[in-house]
Structures are given as structure tokens and as C-alpha cells.
Ligand binder design. Sequence first.
Ligand code: MD5
Ligand code: FE
Length: 206
Amino acid sequence: TVIKLAEQSYLLKGVAQPIAENLLTEITHITSLSPFRQMSTKSGYYVGAKMTNCGDLGWVSDHKGYRYTAIDPLTNMPWPSMPGLFETLAEKYASLVGFHHFHPNACLINQYAPGIGMGLHQDKDENDYTQPIVSVSLGVSAIFQFGGNKRNEKPSYHLLNHGDIVIWGGLDRLRFHGIQPIKLAHHNLTGQLRYNLTFRDTGTII
Ligand code: MD5
Ligand code: FE
């Protein structure tokens, strides 16, 4: 089922479930090359979720701020390539909700432990806001906070379960959003953890 969250935002319930085990196997392979790590911010705080990336570019945060890089600063190697399964999945569902010609060059992989969330923010480190973002949830459920284009707009709250995909773009591309701290729970494929894949087309960087 497709739930329309806003003009150009969609929640597709459970659509990735049939291939979830394959997606998790790909995550295991990616993290054998570029492990999950805690990233820090310019202000010296830690980003809550552990992160890694695959694809041509990866999102990183450190004392210099946020940016996309072609090289993983932990390994000094290129990020692992994006699995065909990932790209096919993201493009298939982007196209289903009307975003044709979406070709992600970056996939950020977030790992949430119990008690970890992500504060309200906008995704604005990309150079092309005409392209949507596709997000895939795996493992333990989370409540996401879906706000407006201004921080002070009242958000709505939606449960994201294993296999759910959220896609937003166009007018909604810069909406504020966040993830409430994950509750202590158990999922048979991921234990206490939640994983999220976010697919982006960053546009030309540098
Ligand atoms: C997550 N990650 O669950 C979220 C998934 C990030 C990030 O936000 O930047 O790594 S994206 C959550 C989301 C869901 C629905 C709509 C919007 C964002 N949005 O309008 O921007 O790890
Ligand atoms: Fe985000």
C-alpha cells in the first residue's frame, strides 16, 4: 500500500520485505570493506547513528563539517560500489511514484542502536534538489518525524517498519525530518538494530 504523506512524499509499506535478507547480506559485505563508524560534527558532538556508505560518493561528517567524498576517510579507499540490487530497488520505487530518471550515486547506510535517534534536520548537502531521496528501513521499527519546509511547522509522526520505503522529492525535498530514539526491541534478522539506506543523487560535487 502507498500512503501519501504530502504533495510529493510517499510511504510504501513493506515493499522491500521480500528482498530484505539480500539487502542485509549486501550491508554485511559493504561493512566488511567500509565498516560502520561513529561520525562527529563540527561542534564536537557525535552523530547518533553509526554510518557507512556505498556508491560513487559517501556522506561524511567531522570537525570540518558535512560533505560528500569519493574516498572513505577511514580506509583511504573508494567507498564500496553500490550493489545492483540497491540501485534497482531505489529506481523501481522512485519511478513507481513518478520520479523517473532517478539514478542515485550515493547511498548512506545508518545503523541505529536502542536509544539512538536523529534530530530534526533538512538534507541539504546535495547539489541537485530536483532529484528525490529514497529511504529503506530494515530491522527494528522507528517513529519518524515529518515536518514542513520551516523548522517551526508542526510535524506528523509515522511508524517505519522493516521493509518500508519512504520517497520524497520536488516541493517536499527540503522538508525537516527526524527519527525518534529507537525503542528496545528485537527483530529476527537484525537483533536490536535498525538499518536505514538513503539513496541520493548528489548532483555534481566540486
Ligand atoms: C533514517 N535518515 O531513518 C533517516 C531516513 C538521513 C536521514 O534522515 O539524513 O540520513 S530519511 C527520513 C525521512 C523520511 C521521510 C521524509 C523525509 C525524511 N523528508 O521529508 O526529508 O536514518
Ligand atoms: Fe535526513
